[in-house]
Design a protein around this ligand. Structure first.
Ligand code: FAD
Length: 443
């Protein structure tokens, strides 16, 4: 009976375990997680803090007992300290008893995820400064907000997590300041699109500051001020949402090859360079299907897919994960933001000749109540007109339109092919010409 050990019990790890079980009902599957919570929806954490998810239990997809019923053994609070690939074994520390022990595998799946990037700055360890990655973080943030009732809430980093936290902090008392190092918020979108969102956020009473370098955090017993290149910002709560770092040190010390951003390098089968060792999720690289380059784009959707492929292959199947095109979506109150493929800025970096179409339209027929603004930006390759990327910002109904463009990019469609698409229309859903078609006709 083959034995599969999985390190990490969230999206990639538990997807791998579930798939491996379906492929091979007889294999012995053990998951080691250094957390006490497993199989949770990290993506829902901001909404728990914002009281949109009432109980933390609602974010748990499945319990240890449910996995056990599927003959998957999950060992919580067990940290894998070392991988010894020559002997197919891992060294584990039980974090409750402090005891160390070895376990042997036939196949190993590394699904150790990522951790928040914490800038090495004076005062960064002061109480009141938080990161948000897991359930423990979210419980600590919520308890602090409720007990301390901070008057000045500062979010450092205006990517997806920082922006989602703006929405979820708005119902707490206190002024919110959003600090971003780049020249515009949501740095993985183009400047003109980010500006629309920036104006919207400012109208909610949030102070948005860009081109900000943090120099230090100051305070007596807890954080009181953020010192920046543009002056001092009062702060008695700080959320650092400045990106993540892959948890790849364990793999590296076992001789596993790393790739871009020090993430574990994997092939389409989620195999590492070492025999019988796979990796999946936020700890590893992906292939970008537009640039055909190795990339690091850690997202839950990818972690689930990669985990499924790793689990299937470790259990004797033959599955592949082709790659990503950087599709993402988020929401700040009523404003939806989405992107896929390459931005204009990314085309410039990749030295690709491109053309761009920008339009403003309505989410539904203009004569209906709640017809509201939608902005669409499409980037296409200049010579053959292949769609390279899309960005959308707008009111409810806007964001998921990005999936049309994601499908088009995946299938290498051109502007001309896409213009002929028979998109659905009725007044409550779109104008007669869908905003995507308007943007295509605008080239
Ligand atoms: C606030 C927030 C919002 C998000 N929103 C979205 C969203 O809207 N859409 C989206 O697609 N993605 C979103 N994400 C990203 C998504 O949650 C991650 O991509 C996903 O959780 C990655 O899953 P993973 O299993 O690869 O890694 P992780 O979730 O990081 O899990 C890895 C697990 O392995 C454990 N581990 C690490 N090292 C060891 C070790 N040595 N021994 C034992 N265990 C170990 C870790 O503690 C952790 O429990 C969000 C993330 C956050 C934090």
């Amino acid at each position: 009976m083959s034995k599969i050990i999985i390190i990490g019990g969230v999206a990639a790890g538990m997807s791998a375990a579930a798939k491996a079980r379906r492929i091979n009902p007889n294999s012995n599957i053990i998951v080691y997680s250094n957390e006490t919570y497993i199989s949770y929806a990290g993506c829902g954490l901001p909404y728990f803090i914002g009281n949109n998810v009432r109980q933390i239990d609602h974010l748990l997809a499945r319990t240890v007992e449910q996995f056990f019923a599927q003959n998957i053994l999950v060992k919580k609070a067990c940290q894998v300290l070392k991988i010894e690939p020559d002997q197919n074994k891992v060294l584990i520390k039980d974090l409750q008893t402090q005891q160390k022990f070895y376990d042997h595998y036939d196949k190993l799946i590394i699904a150790t995820g990522a951790r928040p990037l914490i800038p090495e700055l004076p005062g960064v360890n002061l109480p009141g400064i938080f990161v948000l990655r897991n359930i423990t973080d979210s419980l600590a943030i919520k308890a602090y907000l409720e007990k301390q009732k901070p008057a000045h809430l500062v979010i450092v980093g205006a990517g997806y997590i920082g922006l989602e936290m703006v929405e979820n902090l708005l119902d707490y008392p206190g002024k919110i300041t959003l600090l971003e190092k780049s020249s515009h918020i949501i740095p993985n979108m183009d400047n003109n699109m980010a500006a629309i969102l920036s104006n919207y956020i400012a109208k909610q009473g949030v102070e948005v500051k860009t081109d900000i370098n943090i120099i230090a955090f100051q305070g007596q017993d807890r954080v009181e001020q953020v010192i920046t290149n543009e002056g001092v910002v009062d702060a008695d709560f700080v959320l650092l949402s400045t990106g993540v770092v892959p948890n790849s040190e364990l793999a590296l010390s076992a001789g596993i090859e790393l790739g871009i951003r020090n993430a574990i390098r994997v092939n389409e089968k989620m195999e590492t360079n070492l025999k019988n060792i796979y990796a999946a999720g936020d700890c590893c690289t992906v292939k970008h299907l537009v640039t055909q380059q190795e990339a690091y784009i850690p997202l839950g959707t990818t972690a689930n897919k990669q985990g499924k492929v790793a689990g299937e292959n470790a259990a004797g199947g033959n599955s592949t994960f082709k790659g990503v095109i950087g599709t993402g979506i988020s929401r700040i109150l009523a404003m939806e933001i989405a992107r896929t493929g390459l931005t204009e800025k990314e085309c410039q970096t990749a030295d690709i000749d491109y053309i761009v179409s920008d339009i403003k339209s309505k989410t539904k027929a203009g004569y209906l109540p709640h017809a509201n603004d939608i902005y669409v930006r499409i980037v296409a390759e200049k010579k053959h007109h292949y769609i390279l990327g899309g960005q959308i910002i707008g009111y409810p109904g806007a964001g998921k339109r990005i999936d049309v463009l994601a499908a088009a990019i995946t299938l290498h469609a051109t502007i001309e092919q896409l213009i002929d698409m028979d998109l659905a229309y009725a007044p409550p859903f779109s104008p007669v010409w869908d905003p995507i078609l308007i943007a295509l006709n605008n080239f």
